[in-house]
Design a protein around this ligand. Structure first.
Ligand SMILES: Cc1cc2nc3c(=O)[nH]c(=O)nc-3n(C[C@H](O)[C@H](O)[C@H](O)COP(=O)(O)OP(=O)(O)OC[C@H]3O[C@@H](n4cnc5c(N)ncnc54)[C@H](O)[C@@H]3O)c2cc1C
Length: 366
């Protein structure tokens, strides 16, 4: 039986492991650190994919569904003006949020229920191409031999360095993330995904469940890297966006024109390691779920790893490129200021529902 080593301890690693445990491969997972912060949106396409991989009943208790998408403007008097309200209750599709920790735990439990999987609490820092095998060297200087590697260790992992030649990203964009367990914030955020446009950037706010508690998830995307999340005087706005939020900074690659290879000498990149994705459409994780379904379906009839990779590249790369380009356009529109921002607001006010449908329907249905 051929061996597959999965590098990474995040969402992609456990997701791809749960696809391969049921196939004719021996599976090793090299789990790095578990650094899961906050929640992520599961859009209808992601929900459809996720529920083909794990039992719906395991997800429901930790899933917070949205009823609507609101796009609002925070004006100079710190008053919220509703520009568009998109009702999700008429849709059959499910849209909501799940914490990264819960998502990883559900996938991990599924993998651990399979006795044949070997898990190593190990950080792989070198991949060596050696004749017909691949050697993995961890930080404890141990060497592991394997037939294939799935590199799900993010944009800065050893896998991307091996396949692409570098794991250093350029043109990084600062994004702020925070969580609040405050009840008044949750009550104001309840059941709604809110996009709030501000002169210094935009907020994305939605309800979620963190460690069994009702919570609110915040993202602030600044107009540029020198801007920090604004502080508000308005009491009402402070209920929704408390000034005392403990913002964490993430740096995401902004270079969507860069197309790199995702496979080299038996090492196949998966997840963020393969396709670094801009966050403006909240599709990073949702697209990874779709990638996993593609691989799952392929493996139903064919266990040839190299053919699987070839088919994946042919069928999924283009879609990933399109999503990133769309994400870039949406990010630019949401960050527009002055005259462009003024016309954007008018367009959202008059055609908000149609705009949301035009952007998202193609993404959600894919
Ligand atoms: C601000 C923001 C908001 C987002 N919102 C959404 C959203 O709403 N919906 C959505 O679908 N997506 C969203 N995303 C994208 C989503 O978070 C990512 O697509 C997803 O986290 C990628 O998971 P990953 O496991 O591929 O990579 P990562 O999360 O980067 O995980 C990589 C893992 O590999 C481990 N690792 C690294 N190096 C090594 C090594 N050498 N050896 C072993 N292990 C190693 C790390 O410890 C880590 O656990 C968002 C992203 C950002 C930045």
């Amino acid at each position: 039986m051929k061996s597959i080593s999965i590098i990474g301890g995040g969402f992609s690693a456990w997701l791809i492991a749960s696809i391969f445990i049921k196939k004719k491969f021996s599976v090793n997972v090299f789990e790095g650190e578990n650094l899961h912060f906050g929640s992520q949106q599961i859009s209808p396409n992601g929900w459809k994919a996720l529920t083909q991989i794990v039992d719906k009943e395991d997800i429901k208790p930790v899933f917070e569904a949205f009823n609507a998408i609101h796009i609002k403007k925070i004006n100079s008097e710190e008053i919220l003006e509703l520009l568009s309200n998109y009702d999700l209750t008429n849709n059959d599709e499910v849209y909501g949020s799940i914490s990264r920790e819960n998502l990883v735990n559900i996938l991990k439990q599924q993998v651990l229920s399979n006795k044949d999987v070997k898990i190593y609490s190990s950080l792989i820092n070198h991949i060596i191409d050696s004749d017909n095998k691949i050697e993995l060297l961890d930080t404890k200087k141990r060497i592991f031999e394997t037939d294939f590697v799935i590199g799900a260790d993010g944009t800065q992992g050893a896998s991307r360095k091996f396949v692409v030649g570098s794991n250093k990203q350029t043109n990084l964009k600062k994004i702020f993330r925070a969580i609040s367990l405050d009840t008044s914030s949750y009550n104001l955020a309840k059941k709604t995904l809110q996009i709030l446009l501000h002169s210094q950037g935009y907020f994305v706010i939605y309800p979620t469940i963190i460690k069994n508690k009702k919570a609110t998830n915040y993202i602030f995307v600044p107009t540029d890297n020198n801007v920090s999340p604004p502080i508000f005087d308005s009491e009402l706005l402070n209920y929704l966006i408390p000034n005392k939020l403990n913002w964490q900074i993430s740096l995401v690659g902004n270079n969507t024109n860069e197309i790199t290879s995702i496979f080299k000498k038996g090492v196949f990149l998966f997840g963020e390691a393969a396709f670094p994705t801009l966050p403006h459409l909240a599709q990073g994780g949702n697209q990874i779920l779709e990638d996993a379904i593609f691989l799952k379906d392929f493996l139903e009839n064919n266990n040839n790893f190299n053919e699987m990779v070839e088919s994946f590249i042919q069928n999924r790369s283009k879609q990933r490129e399109i999503i990133n380009q769309k994400s870039k356009i949406v990010g630019k529109a949401l960050s527009s200021q002055k005259i462009t921002g003024y016309f954007r607001n008018l367009a959202i006010q008059s055609k908000g529902k149609k705009l949301i449908e035009d952007i998202f329907n193609q993404v959600w249905i894919s």
